[in-house]
Design a protein around this ligand. Structure first.
Ligand code: ZN
Length: 184
């Protein structure tokens, strides 16, 4: 178990475009350790996703894993641990929907962000295989959030109405008591 400290908003590493992962790096012990550290840190801090820059490594890789118990999407299917290396997304439907997002790098806050609900993602997995997937709903939201981390963006940049940014406690008390939201 190698839980790493999470880089928080203000740390310049979160504002850099991360380096692409080279195919020759993928099966090295160093890269496997990075993936282990990311997984351990995501689980330890209770995130549904994590990007390498959040643990101080400026590389284009992120992980996503969540259960099927999200309040927002009742038909949500659980997402087994997935490694996205050098992901590229394409918007398949311009229609956006809002979701209250949280982020391990912006602790204690959540904000309302509109994102496309249907995208395609092309990426390399941890075995070095090329994958193409079309995804919708919550997974599409989480992938877009993680991809932003690889390009120096945070969800707070995408909040169109600054009034829709809240501390967690005030969110629970005044905004949507039933919707706790997730950190990623
Ligand atoms: Zn985040």
């Amino acid at each position: 178990m190698a839980v790493q400290e999470i880089c928080r908003m203000g740390n310049p590493i979160l504002r850099k475009v991360a380096d692409k992962v080279l195919p020759s790096e993928i099966k090295t012990p160093e890269f496997s350790k990075l993936l282990e550290d990311m997984k351990d840190s995501m689980i330890h801090y209770g995130g549904v996703g994590i990007a390498a820059p959040q643990i101080g490594v400026s590389k284009q890789v992120c992980l996503i894993q969540f259960d099927d118990d999200n309040e927002r999407y009742d038909d949500l299917e659980e997402q087994p641990l997935t490694v996205y290396i050098n992901p590229v997304i394409k918007i398949l439907d311009e229609t956006t929907e809002g979701f209250w997002e949280g982020c391990l790098s912006v602790p204690g806050l959540r904000g309302y962000v509109e994102r496309s609900q249907k995208i395609s993602v092309d990426y390399t997995n941890e075995k070095g295989e090329q994958v193409h997937e079309e995804v919708e709903g919550f997974l599409a939201v989480v992938i877009q959030h993680e991809l932003d981390h690889l390009f120096g963006k945070l969800y707070v940049d995408r909040i169109t109405d600054p009034k829709l940014l809240s501390f967690n406690e005030e969110f629970d008390e005044y905004i949507v008591p039933s919707l706790s939201g997730d950190n990623f």
